[in-house]
Write a protein that binds this ligand. Structure first.
Ligand code: F6P
Length: 763
């Protein structure tokens, strides 16, 4: 109704204004028209009466003339008649002749149109027509006609016009409201389709979205402009901090509840020699999420895997986190041994992990593992639902362990904003097709509002996979997938580290770190050291790294006893045979190389295969001449970024595998192919001999990038997109209709993941 009034009221206003402008015009026109009419009538009367008047004058019959005039004025519109003689004197006339009518003004009365005078009776039209008689050649008959009826006629016309405008207004209003209502429905449908990225619907009905093409194009551009502006605003923001995240939550997400769900917990409680101690797992995911949770004060749900985890939780399995300075809640979830074996060791790490990494290890898929994977995902999803205090929390689902959870959460919390981040590479469609449960996994992930990967390459692989495997609509322009009545945005969010690094506050100067590390490792004070920090995982390329050290010693024997490569290797997934065998091979290779280049000063390789906490690792980074990341395939690799972040002295060189996501962001590193031992050995030599000036120039650029593209930005970008997705969800209304699948072709698209640009060694 309100909407209709918006159309009708302005319309009526315009009509009223139009009417008030038209009325005086109509009035004037009616008067003129009457005037002309009467003037014409005057001529007719004059023509008719001239002869009898002349006759009566010629006869000198004054009384007859008076009587004749009196008869004429019986016509109610003829007010008075008279005759002016040659001496400009009234010879005869009716008693009604107004005083203002004078025979010496004959010239005025004979003009076409006559002359209007006013009197108490109303307006009168005075006209004169020549009627010569003997002795009065310029005599004339004067006719005075009543014009008051013209005023009456004008009033009547005005009244009719008034009714006409009212009728017109009513008719136009009704038609406008009906058409507007019909059009509006069509527009809304069209807009909804547009907001869902389905393009325009083209119903044949009136107001159908088909008519909206130009408007739709404008709207699309407007949305893009807003998004670009948003993005520019973000890009312009030079410092992303925990405060920025809080600000986004308060402003863009109106203080929404944040729930993180991951397999790995940010810290574990373990019993060591009778005491409970806290350990931080060697996990890129934890490194990235911890500062976010500190900033957002939400709830983090994770598998309680520490030996003393159960001993410290409250009745609801919660523990305040971080323990030293609580800022968020950790909710621990318990898995049975059987569940952990099937879900974590089995399906996640013997199935999905090798499936997604090109490291030449076959994936193993067992039906029993899948069963446990489903069951564990259900437990995580239920924990999210239990922890949610609002119907529309922002849920951040982490990694490949929880591919089914987004759909399970969506079913219970349809209004939740679910952001899933896949921390590892996404393989090409051919590789993914190996997985027997591929459709279920994709279905689970597409329960998310947003699905993030580190690189565009992995986003593309995901869309190609969905296109191949599901009856879903894939929009490559907006990078969205519409499936089962819901839309998922697929986007690149390169993960990063906290800036400034959390450990930097307690860090010793670089020189102190150098001497601490050398004395701890019993190395000579002038020993050059390189550092590697990894889980003992076959994707990390540790054998290739050691082979490169070996090649360096072969080609540059001057480094024997002068350079030691320190490898921190955190034990990982050690129940899996492949990992045990890998750790054994790595240990054996380190020993073999050390034997080969044995000398009195120092070993070529020092393998520290044990857990190190973040502060210890930070000290190693600061003490080293170089850091070597040689992953065979890695979603991002945060070790590379941590090393750069730790070097506030701007010294040190990063050698980085071209097969990491990080290589795309840090081209100032020495980017190498880890399979090419000679190239890697050259990189080691170049790094060890690089002048400080050049080290600084490279390091400064890399640090500049990390300062700006830090982990707060990574999370902030996702939260901003979540806010946009929420707004759109509301705008488009729920539930969203799933359009028909529109895949154009079933042709396989062949991609070779490793066929990326081969970066040369650039010292
Ligand atoms: O890269 C995938 C990932 O989940 C990382 O987030 C993390 O660094 C690593 O694997 C840890 O693995 P896990 O939790 O099995 O020790």
């Amino acid at each position: 109704m309100k909407l209709s009034l918006r159309f009708v009221l302005p319309l009526l206003l315009v009509l009223a204004l139009l009417a008030s402008a038209v009325m005086p015009l109509v009035d004037r026109l009616t008067f003129r028209w009457t005037e002309k009419d009467l003037d014409l009538r005057a001529s007719l009367i004059a023509n008719t009466v001239t002869e009898p008047v002349q006759q009566l004058l010629a006869d000198g019959d004054r009384e007859g003339l008076h009587a004749f005039f009196a008869r004429l004025t019986q016509d109610e519109r003829l007010y008075a008649v008279g005759y002016c003689g040659s001496a400009r004197a009234l010879v005869a006339g009716t008693a009604t002749i107004p005083r203002d009518v004078r025979c010496d003004s004959l010239a005025t009365y004979t003009k076409p149109g006559g002359h209007v005078i006013a009197n108490a009776h109303g307006p009168l039209l005075v006209s004169a027509r020549g009627a010569a008689v003997a002795g009065a050649p310029d005599g004339a008959i004067v006719l005075v006609q009543d014009m008051s009826f013209a005023a009456r006629r004008s009033e009547e016309t005005k009244r009719y016009l008034f009714y006409l405008f009212i009728g017109l207004g009513a008719a136009i209003s009704v038609i406008t409201v009906v058409v507007a209502q019909l059009s509006w429905r069509g527009w809304v449908q069209g807009m909804r389709a547009l907001m869902r990225g389905e393009g325009l619907l083209r119903p044949a009905s009136i107001g159908g979205a088909g008519e909206l093409q130009p408007l739709a194009d404008d709207l699309r551009m407007l949305i893009r402009d807003i998004e670009t502006e948003h993005q520019l605003r973000d890009d312009e923001r030079l410092t992303w901090t925990p405060e920025t995240l809080r600000e986004i939550l308060d402003r863009e997400l109106r203080g929404a509840e944040v729930i993180v769900v991951s397999n790995r917990e940010p810290f574990i409680h373990v019993r060591e020699r009778g005491r409970i101690v806290i350990q931080r797992p060697a996990s890129g995911l934890v490194t990235a999420m911890e500062p976010i949770m500190r900033a957002c004060s939400g709830t983090w749900i994770a598998h309680g895997s520490g030996s003393a985890d159960r001993e410290v939780v409250d009745a609801a399995d919660r523990v305040a986190a971080p323990v030293d300075e609580p800022g968020y809640r950790l909710r621990r979830l318990w898995l049975t041994k059987e569940e952990e074996a099937g879900y974590y060791y089995g399906f996640s790490n013997e199935g999905l992990w090798p499936l997604c990494h090109i490291a030449h290890v076959r994936p193993t898929f067992r039906a029993s593992d899948w069963e446990m994977y489903e069951r564990a995902n259900r437990k995580f999803a239920e924990a999210v639902i239990e922890e949610a205090r609002t119907p529309d929390p922002v849920v951040l689902v982490q990694d490949y362990h929880l591919a089914l959870a987004p759909r399970m959460i969506r079913e219970q919390l349809p209004d939740a904003t679910i952001i899933t981040f896949w921390h590892i590479p996404w393989p090409n469609p051919e590789a993914f097709a190996i997985c027997p449960q591929r459709e279920e996994l994709l279905d689970g992930l597409l329960g998310s509002s947003i699905l993030g990967f580190h690189t565009q390459f992995h986003c593309n692989n995901f869309l190609d996979t969905v296109d191949r495997q599901l009856e879903a609509r894939v929009d490559r322009e907006t990078f969205g997938v519409s499936y089962r009545g819901q839309r998922t945005l697929v986007k690149r969010y390169p993960i990063s580290v906290a800036w400034p690094p959390t450990e930097s506050t307690a860090a010793q100067p670089v020189e102190v770190a150098r001497s601490h590390v050398r004395s701890r490792l019993e190395l000579p004070p002038d020993q050059a050291i390189g550092v590697g920090v990894d889980r003992l995982d076959y994707t990390k390329g540790l054998e290739e790294r050691f082979r490169a050290v070996e090649r360096l010693m072969e080609r540059h024997p001057e480094w024997i006893g002068r350079f030691t490569f320190v490898q921190i290797g955190a034990p990982t997934r050690s129940r899996i045979g492949e990992y045990q065998a890998y750790a054994d091979r790595v240990r054996a290779l380190a020993e073999e190389i050390n034997d080969r280049f044995a000398n009195r000063r120092a070993p070529a390789i020092l393998l520290l295969a044990q857990h190190h906490d973040a502060h210890e690792v930070f000290e190693y980074y600061r003490a080293a001449e170089l850091c070597f990341v040689s992953s065979l395939h890695d979603g991002m690799n945060l070790v590379a970024k941590e090393f750069v972040a730790s070097r506030d002295d701007e010294g040190g060189v990063l050698i980085l595998s071209q097969f990491t996501g990080a290589a795309r962001e840090l081209p100032e590193a020495l980017v190498v192919n880890p399979y090419d031992a000679d190239q890697c050995a050259t990189a080691l030599d170049v790094a060890l001999t690089m002048p400080l000036r050049m080290q600084r120039a490279r390091m400064r650029l890399m640090r500049g990038l990390l300062r700006e593209f830090n982990v707060y930005r990574w999370a902030g970008r996702m939260l901003l997109d979540a806010a946009t997705s929420r707004r759109r969800g509301r705008f488009a209304g729920r539930p969203l209709r799933t359009p028909k699948h529109t895949r154009a072709t079933d042709e396989p698209t062949t991609r070779v993941v490793a066929a990326e640009p081969a970066y040369g060694l650039r010292p």
